[in-house]
Design a protein around this ligand. Structure first.
Ligand code: ARG
Length: 403
C-alpha cells in the first residue's frame, strides 16, 4: 500500500475520534493528521474541541461553520420531500453526513492530502453515508477507517488513547451514544437496547415531557413559499431561524419524540430514540399544505417518490443519480406549494386546524359545498358511474352468487 503522508479526519471531539489521531500516526505511519470539526448547530464549544484535537496530536484543526448550508441545502429539501424513513425518522443525523463528507473532500483537495478518514465503526449507517458520499465526490480519494479495523473494545480504545495523553472520559460517562445537530438528537445504547424498556426522561434535551408541557394549547401558523417554510405567524424568518423557532415551539409542548425499531443498512435492527421537534413540525405542516395545492395523482405519486427519497438519503445515496432525479420531480411539484397551515400545539400533539393557499388552492368551495351555492352538475354523475363501474358490473354478472 502506498504510504500516506497527510489525512483529513472527520472529528467530533469524542474519545473514538480522538483515539483515531495517534492511531493513524502510529499504526498507519501517517505523518500529518488534520482534523475537521463541523458546526451543525450542536451547541458545543468548538474551540475546546479544536484544542482537544491538537492535544491529541493533530497537526492542524479546522472548524467549519456549516449550519446555514445544512439547513438550506439539506433540511429544506427534506421538508419538500416530506422525508421520513420508515414513515417515522426525519433523517436528522443522516442529512448531516453527506455535507461533512463534502467538506472533508474539499479540505483534502486544498491541503493536498492523500486521504480522508472517519472514526465510524463497521456496524452503523454513518460509515456507509460517509464512504458513499466521498466516493461520489472524489472517486479517486482514499478513505481510511481505523475504527472499522482496529478491533479494540471501547475500554481498549480508551486505554490506547491514554498512552498518548487522551484523557478517559472523566465524569460518570453517559451510557448512551448520542448524535446532535440543529435538526435533532439521536440516542442509542445503554438500557435502550432492550426494546421493551421505556426511554428515561433524562435522555431528552430538546423536548419537554407531556407532564411538563403547558396546559394551555398554543396555535401557530407556518408560512410556505415554493414548498420552503419562510415564516411563523407574521414573522418572516431565515432557514436557520425557522428551524430554531420551530424546535422551541414544538419542543416546549412536548412534540417531536420518536421511539422506533429501525432497519439499518447493514441488516441490523436497532432501537432508536430521536427528538426532532422542529423538523417534524415543519414536515407535518408542509404535507398538509400539499393537500390543497397539489392534484391527487401528484400527491399519490409523490408519496412513492418521498419514500424512495428518504431511503436513498438514509442509505447513503445523497449524491447519487436517482436521488438527484427525484429532486427534479419534487422541485417541479413545489412551484404551487404556497400558503399557510394553522397548527395547535398541545401536550405532545401538533394538530392541524387549518390550511390556506391564496393563489394556488385547488380546493373549490363552490364545488365542495352542500349549500345552495353549489355549482356541481349532479346529473353528470350518472354517466360517469355507468362507465366507471362497467368492468365491475360485467364481472358481477358472470360471478354473482345471487343471480
Ligand atoms: N440510527 C441513526 C441514523 O442512522 C442515528 C445514527 C447516530 N449516529 C451516531 N454516530 N451516533 O441516522
Amino acid at each position: 500500500m502506498q504510504q500516506l503522508k497527510k489525512v483529513v479526519l472527520a472529528y467530533s471531539g469524542g474519545v473514538d475520534t480522538s483515539v483515531c489521531i495517534p492511531y493513524l500516526k502510529n499504526e498507519y505511519g501517517i505523518a500529518e493528521v488534520v482534523t475537521f470539526v463541523a458546526d451543525l448547530g450542536q451547541g458545543e464549544d468548538l474551540e475546546v474541541i479544536k484544542q482537544k484535537a491538537l492535544k491529541s496530536g493533530a497537526s492542524e484543526s479546522i472548524i467549519g461553520n456549516l449550519v446555514d448550508t445544512f439547513i438550506e441545502s439539506y433540511a429544506f429539501p427534506a421538508i419538500r420531500a416530506n422525508a421520513l424513513y420508515s414513515e417515522k425518522y426525519p433523517l436528522s443525523t443522516a442529512l448531516a453526513r453527506p455535507l461533512i463528507a463534502e467538506k472533508l473532500v474539499n479540505i483534502a483537495r486544498e491541503l493536498n492530502a492523500d486521504a480522508v478518514a472517519h472514526g465510524c465503526t463497521g456496524k452503523g449507517n454513518d460509515q456507509v453515508r460517509f464512504d458513499l458520499a466521498i466516493n461520489a465526490l472524489a472517486p479517486d480519494l482514499k478513505i481510511v477507517t481505523p475504527a472499522r479495523e482496529w478491533n479494540m473494545s471501547r475500554e481498549e480504545a480508551i486505554l490506547y488513547g491514554e498512552q498518548f495523553g487522551i484523557p478517559a472520559p472523566v465524569s460518570k460517562k453517559s451510557p448512551y451514544s448520542i448524535d446532535v445537530n440543529l435538526l435533532g438528537r439521536s440516542i442509542e445504547a445503554g438500557l435502550l437496547e432492550d426494546p421493551m424498556e421505556e426511554p428515561p426522561e433524562d435522555i431528552f434535551a430538546m423536548t419537554s415531557s407531556i407532564d411538563d408541557a403547558p396546559n394551555s394549547p398554543q396555535d401557530i401558523e407556518i408560512v410556505f413559499k415554493n414548498g420552503f417554510p419562510i415564516g411563523i405567524g407574521n414573522e418572516l424568518l431565515n432557514p436557520v431561524e425557522i428551524i430554531s423557532k420551530a424546535n422551541d415551539l414544538a419542543g416546549s409542548h412536548g412534540f417531536g419524540r420518536i421511539d422506533m425499531i429501525e432497519d439499518r443498512v447493514v441488516g441490523i435492527k436497532s432501537r432508536e430514540i430521536y427528538e426532532s421537534p422542529g423538523l417534524l413540525l415543519l414536515i407535518k405542516a408542509h404535507q398538509e399544505l400539499e393537500t390543497i395545492t397539489l392534484n391527487s395523482d401528484v400527491i399519490d405519486f409523490k408519496g412513492i417518490v418521498e419514500k424512495k427519497w428518504a431511503q436513498l438519503v438514509y442509505q447513503g445515496f445523497w449524491f447519487g443519480p436517482l436521488k438527484q432525479a427525484l429532486d427534479a420531480f419534487i422541485s417541479f411539484t413545489q412551484r404551487s406549494v404556497n400558503g399557510r397551515v394553522k397548527i395547535r400545539l398541545h401536550k405532545g400533539n401538533a394538530i392541524v386546524i387549518g390550511r390556506l393557499s391564496e393563489n394556488n388552492s385547488l380546493y373549490r368551495e363552490d364545488l365542495a359545498t352542500y349549500s345552495q351555492d353549489d355549482i356541481f352538475n349532479h346529473k353528470q354523475a350518472e354517466g360517469f358511474i355507468y362507465m366507471w363501474g362497467m368492468s365491475n358490473k360485467i364481472w358481477a354478472e358472470l360471478n354473482s352468487k345471487n343471480k
